[in-house]
Design a protein. Structure first.
Length: 291
């Protein structure tokens, strides 16, 4: 039998401690300032320790308050994740985790079609390329370019194979053609050896890993668009630019050995099921395009 203070008192203190002001805690919990103050005072009386010190307009957590806040914040996060893991309601957003550049260059330009078909479902996007862990993360669906491994408690939906190739701006191509030896090679820190991987699969030589490195994939592609060099890019990231003629792929594209997949929590969930069904159809249409 757990002997805990009331949940309302714990929630009031956690919100007040996190915000540092009882008025902000009251706004978050939709109660009055005095209600928060009474709940915190009740909790202090019950525990026999002071949780806050200092004047009301500049209150500070005591040592006991700091320790309690850390534990409660973690506990409320875990409760939130537990509820979300079984909830299947029409309310609330659908959280989708996806690599940032893929989100910007492939997902967002197509997302309006899902919104038109399902205006009641809000899709909330977050950028990540980290390994999927539904025990740790709160999102409903993750999109990744990887071979796995995937969590045991996940459903994996294949989207399309990843194809990669060198891309270059038309003006730079006019000056140097596709002569890799004469061009500045562009890299991204998230895939530092992309040139080496492509060279091995394409049976070509590249002059080592020299060149210019960018922190984000998006920066590297913008550098290629601006004529600063040639980069290795996945087809989905540059399909629109190739179609418009802003980039050229002189050597075409080859399979990288990875695939784009959607990974969802393995449970009945209307929002995520509808989204993954739509995603699979968009991927099928995209993959049918000639590379």
């Amino acid at each position: 039998m757990r002997k805990l203070p009331s949940l309302n008192a714990l929630r009031a203190f956690e919100a007040a401690g996190r915000h540092g002001r009882m008025t902000l805690a009251a706004d978050e919990l939709h109660v009055t300032h005095s209600a928060i103050s009474r709940q915190v005072q009740h909790l202090e009386d019950l525990l026999g320790v002071a949780l806050f010190a200092g004047p009301k307009n500049r209150m500070q957590l005591t040592e006991a308050g700091s320790r309690l806040l850390a534990g409660l914040s973690l506990a409320f996060d875990q409760m939130d994740m537990a509820v979300r893991s079984v909830a299947d309601t029409a309310d609330g957003p659908l959280d989708v985790s996806c690599p940032g550049t893929f989100t910007m260059r492939w997902l967002i330009p197509r997302l309006y079609r899902f919104s038109d078909a399902h205006p009641d479902i809000e899709v909330r996007l977050s950028a990540s390329s980290h390994a999927v862990d539904f025990q740790r993360d709160a999102f409903d669906v993750a999109i990744r370019a990887s071979q796995g491994p995937w969590p045991d408690d996940a459903e994996v939906i294949e989207l399309f194979p990843e194809r990669i190739g060198p891309v270059i701006s038309p003006k730079l191509h006019e000056r140097h053609g596709g002569d890799i030896e004469k061009l500045t090679l562009l890299h991204t820190s998230s895939r530092r050896h992309a040139w080496r991987v492509w060279a091995e699969k394409a049976g070509r030589d590249v002059p080592g890993d020299d060149g210019v490195e960018y922190e984000h994939f998006y920066f590297m592609i913008e550098a290629a668009l601006s004529g600063l060099g040639m980069c290795i890019a996945p087809w989905p990231m540059v399909a629109d630019e190739l179609g418009s003629g802003r980039l050229i792929a002189p050597y075409g594209f080859i399979d990288s050995g990875q695939s784009y997949v959607a990974v969802r929590r393995n449970r009945q969930h209307r929002k995520s099921q509808l989204f993954c069904d739509w995603l699979a159809e968009e991927a099928r249409r995209f993959d049918a395009l000639t590379v």
